[in-house]
Design a protein around this ligand. Structure first.
Ligand code: FEO
Length: 168
């Protein structure tokens, strides 16, 4: 059994993962509209991955005989200044998710909740990978520079960094 506080916190995480799913879909659509096919594909896959994360939390809460809540999702930002702006915002979003996961781990420790603590370890590792991935993209973009020719190479770069397939 998880505590009521933990149930509430896990449901907030479900909402956060759902919001990330929506945000990445909006980013994919923006890239698609800009002709950045490689970037669009990356963010479509990233959106799918966030749904997987959301569902991991949903199933975990239900398995604990608690109730997962389907989150209300707000319309995400649809317009961006540039692909650099998109990735910078994606990076900041991942940092926020990491902080939230770490808060959940802290709560699990306070609750002496070993099952939730163990469940969360996958996400601790995953968040490090997600942050590294976004930071690498930002670093590559800085190296490649700006301009339409640079955009072509940046878009190709996205094809080399793909979210890993995950089992639910
Ligand atoms: Fe599920 Fe990218 O955080």
């Amino acid at each position: 059994m998880i505590s009521e506080k933990m149930e509430k916190a896990l449901n907030e995480q479900i909402a956060m993962e759902g919001a990330a799913m929506h945000k990445y879909l909006a980013m994919a659509l923006w890239c698609d509209s800009e002709g950045l096919d490689g970037s669009a594909e990356f963010f479509y896959e990233q959106s799918d991955e966030e749904r997987t994360h959301m569902m991991k939390f949903v199933h975990y809460v239900q398995d604990q005989d608690a109730r997962a809540i389907v989150p209300t999702l707000q319309q995400p930002q649809g317009e961006y200044e540039s692909i650099y702006d998109v990735v910078q915002k994606a990076y900041e979003g991942e940092q926020a998710v990491t902080a939230s996961i770490h808060n959940l781990v802290d709560l699990a420790e306070k609750d002496n909740d070993r099952q939730t603590w163990t469940f969360l370890q996958w996400f601790v590792t995953e968040q490090l990978e997600e942050e590294v991935q976004m930071r690498k993209l930002l670093d590559k973009m800085k190296l490649i520079g700006v301009g339409s020719r640079a955009l072509y190479y940046i878009d190709k770069e996205f094809a080399t960094i793909r979210p890993e397939e995950e089992a639910e």
